[in-house]
Design a binder for this molecule. Structure first.
Ligand code: F6R
Length: 579
C-alpha cells in the first residue's frame, strides 16, 4: 500500500523521489505527490500514475519527500494526496500507516484555530508539528510523536532546514546511506540506484538526516543500527527486455529455486524447531496461504507432524494452543493480518517462525526465528517467484526434517524448471481467455496448486476462477459445468491419478472444455481433454512446482491477450498493510 521516498544529498531530489516512487508502484496507489525545498517549500500532487507526472520538473532543490497514496481516509484526490502541509504551508509530511486517534486530535487542532484542507488522518501531523516548531524540526517531531496512536512511517521537512526527519512505528521504513546522500524508502528497492548500504529502522526510531550525515534516536538515546548490504543488483528491479515484470519473475524461478534451497540449508534453527514440534500452525494470506497448504500436506504425509493452515485474517477466531509451533508466511513481511496472527500466538506463549522474502520487514521483528526465501524483490503484484520460493523452502525443510526423503524432487525441479518456464500454453489460452468462469481442479497437494492457479488467473485477467478439490465438484460446482465453463485440471501420475481420471471423465460428460496438465506420453489423458499440456515424468513433489509454473504462464498470457494491466491489476496492492 502507500509508498514513501525521501532524498537529501546533492542530486535533483524531486527526480530521485519520482524515480523511487515509480519503483514502489507495485505496492498499489491511486494518487501521488512530492514536496521539495529550494529553500522555499513547493508541493506537487496529482491523481493517477506518477509516470504521467509532467510538472515535477518545477520542483527544485536537493531535499525532497514523496508519497504514493492508497486511499483509506478520504477519496483519492489531489487534496487528499500526500505530502500534507500545515496552515502556513511551511511544513510538509508524508505518512504510511493509520493515525487511529486523528479525529480527536483534529477536533482539538480546529478549536485552536487550525484550518484543514484534506479529509486524511495524516494532516493532523503537520499541524501538530507547526504548533511545536521553533526552528528545529527534530525537536518538534519528537514532541508530537507521543500524541499519535496507531502505526506510522513518517517523513517531514520544514522550510529553512535542508533536513528530513523520519519516524517509524509499525510501518516499514529504510534508510539508504550513500556518499554525501541519503535516501529513505518504504523498502530497499528505490535505494539500489544510489547505494547498497541500508539501515532498517526500528519501531520507536526517529532519524534526522542532512546531506552531511544522519543521527538516529530511540527515545532520548542515539542508537547505532548496523548497515546491511543489499544482496541483489539493480537489474533485478528492471524489466531487462521483458514486456512485464511478471514474465521476468516467472523466468527467474530456476535461479530462485536454488537460492532458496541454499537459504534453508544455511538456517539450522528453523529445521531444528520444526523437528521438535508436536504440531504446527501456519498463518498466511493469498498466495502465501496456498503455498502453506502445500506445506501442510507435505508435513503430514512425509514428516507425520500435524500441520494446519489458518488464513491470517481468521486466526484470531482459531488461536492456537501455546504448545503449537506457529509459522507466519509472507512474501512482503508486511501483511497486517499475518503479522497480527503471529503477535497473538506469541502473546499466548507459542514459539514463532517467520518465512519471508524481505530482509528487515516487519514480520522479522515479530517472530522468534526468521527464514528468508531469497527470491529477490518481486515487483509484479501477482506473486510468482515468491510462491515458488516458499514451496522450495517447504520442500527443503521437509527434506531435512525427514532425512532427505524429497531429494529426488529437488533434482527433478533443478533439471526441468528452466524449460518449463517457456512452455507453450497458447492453445489453453485460446480456450480460456473468453470464458466468464473457469474452474481449476486437483487432488492432494494439487488442490492448493489449483487454488493458486485460479487466484493467479482472477487477479490479473479478471476472469472469475475458482480452485477446487476435484472430489468437491460434485457437491455443487457441477451445476456450473457446460460448454462455456472451461476446467483446468492437474492430473500427473502418482497417488491421485486414477481417481482424477474418473473425475475428468465426469467433467467431460458435462461438455465442459478441459485443459489438462499431465505427464508427457499420457495418451489416455491427451485423448480425453481438449488441450493437453505435457510435463516431464517427475516425482509428485516436483510436479507441484512445475505445474504451478504452467498455471502462472497461462494466467499471464490470458491477461496479456485481454489487454490487462498485468503488473498492476486493478484494486490490488502488493503489500497489504491494513487488516
Ligand atoms: C497474489 C498475491 C497475494 C499475496 C497476499 C499475501 O498473487 O500476491 O494474494 O500473496 O496478499 O502477501 P504476503 O505474502 O506479502 O503476505
Amino acid at each position: 500500500m502507500c509508498g514513501i521516498v525521501g532524498y537529501v544529498g546533492y542530486r535533483d531530489a524531486a527526480s530521485v523521489c519520482k524515480d523511487g516512487l515509480m519503483h514502489l508502484e507495485y505496492r498499489g496507489y491511486d494518487s501521488y505527490g512530492i514536496a521539495s525545498l529550494s529553500p522555499k517549500l513547493s508541493v506537487f500532487k496529482s491523481v493517477g500514475k506518477i509516470s504521467n507526472a509532467k510538472n515535477i520538473s518545477s520542483l527544485k532543490g536537493t531535499c525532497a519527500i514523496g508519497h504514493t497514496r492508497w486511499a483509506t481516509h478520504g477519496v483519492p484526490s489531489e487534496i487528499n494526496a500526500h505530502p500534507l502541509t500545515d496552515c502556513g504551508d511551511k511544513i510538509a509530511v508524508v505518512h504510511n500507516g493509520i493515525i487511529e486517534n486523528y479525529a480527536k486530535l483534529k477536533a482539538a487542532l480546529i478549536k485552536r484555530g487550525h484550518v484543514f484542507k484534506s479529509e486524511t488522518d495524516t494532516e493532523v501531523i503537520p499541524h501538530l508539528i507547526e504548533e511545536k516548531y521553533t526552528g528545529n524540526l527534530l525537536d518538534a517531531v519528537s514532541k508530537i510523536l507521543p500524541m499519535l496512536e496507531g502505526s506510522y512511517a513518517i517523513l517531514a521537512v520544514a522550510e529553512g532546514e535542508n533536513t528530513i526527519v523520519a519516524a517509524r512505528k509499525g510501518s516499514p521504513l529504510v534508510l539508504g546511506v550513500g556518499d554525501s546522500e541519503y535516501i529513505f524508502a518504504s523498502d530497499a528497492v528505490p535505494l539500489i540506484d544510489y547505494t547498497k548500504n541500508v539501515i532498517y529502522l526500528e519501531d520507536g526510531d526517529i532519524a534526522e538526516v542532512k546531506s552531511d550525515g544522519y543521527k538516529i534516536f530511540n527515545g532520548k538515546k542515539i542508537v547505532k543500527h548496523p548497515i546491511s548490504k543489499i544482496e541483489w543488483d539493480a537489474s533485478v528491479v528492471r524489466k531487462s527486455g521483458f514486456p512485464h515484470y511478471m514474465l521476468k519473475e516467472i523466468f527467474e524461478q530456476p535461479d530462485v529455486f536454488s537460492n532458496t534451497i541454499q537459504s534453508v540449508k544455511e538456517n539450522k534453527e528453523v529445521v531444528a524447531l520444526i523437528k521438535k514440534a508436536s504440531s504446527i500452525t501456519v498463518v498466511a494470506c493469498g498466495t502465501s496461504a496456498n503455498a502453506s497448504m502445500i506445506f501442510s500436506y507435505m508435513m503430514e504425509a512425509v514428516c507425520k507432524i500435524p500441520t494446519r493452515v489458518v488464513v491470517g485474517s481468521e486466526y484470531k477466531y482459531f488461536p492456537t494452543p501455546a504448545s503449537s509451533l506457529v509459522i507466519g508466511v509472507s512474501q512482503s513481511g508486511e501483511t497486517a493480518d499475518t503479522i497480527s496472527a503471529l503477535k497473538i500466538s506469541k502473546d499466548m506463549g507459542a514459539k514463532t517462525i517467520a518465512v519471508t522474502n524481505v530482509l528487515g520487514s516487519s514480520i522479522t521483528r515479530t517472530a522468534d526465528v526468521v527464514l528468508y526465501t531469497r527470491a529477490g524483490p518481486e515487483v509484479s503484484v501477482a506473486a510468482t517467484k515468491s510462491f515458488t520460493a516458499q514451496v522450495a523452502a517447504f520442500i527443503e525443510i521437509v527434506n531435512l526434517v525427514s532425512g532427505k526423503k524429497l531429494e529426488p524432487a529437488v533434482s527433478d525441479i533443478l533439471r526441468y524448471l528452466p524449460d518449463v518456464v517457456s512452455a507453450d500454453v497458447s492453445s489453453a489460452v485460446e480456450l480460456c481467455k473468453n470464458a466468464s468462469t473457469l474452474l481449476y481442479v486437483g487432488r492432494g497437494m494439487f488442490y492448493p496448486v489449483a487454488m493458486e492457479g485460479a487466484l493467479k488467473m482472477k487477479e490479473i485477467s479478471y476472469i472469475h476462477a475458482e480452485g477446487y478439490a476435484a472430489g468437491e465438484l460434485k457437491h455443487g460446482p457441477f451445476a456450473l459445468l457446460c460448454r462455456e465453463t472451461p476446467v483446468a485440471a492437474l492430473c500427473l501420475h502418482g497417488a491421485t491419478y486414477s481417481v482424477m481420471m474418473s473425475n475428468l471423465k465426469e467433467i467431460k460428460a458435462r461438455n465442459a472444455p478441459l485443459v489438462a496438465v499431465g505427464e508427457a506420453g499420457d495418451q489416455d489423458l491427451e485423448d480425453l481433454c481438449d488441450v493437453f499440456i505435457p510435463l516431464p515424468k517427475v516425482s509428485e513433489y516436483a510436479g507441484i512446482i512445475l505445474s504451478s509454473v504452467i498455471l502462472q504462464i497461462m494466467a499471464y498470457h490470458c491477461a496479456v491477450a485481454l489487454g490487462r494491466d498485468v503488473d498492476m491489476p486493478r484494486n490490488l496492492a502488493k503489500s497489504v498493510t491494513v487488516e
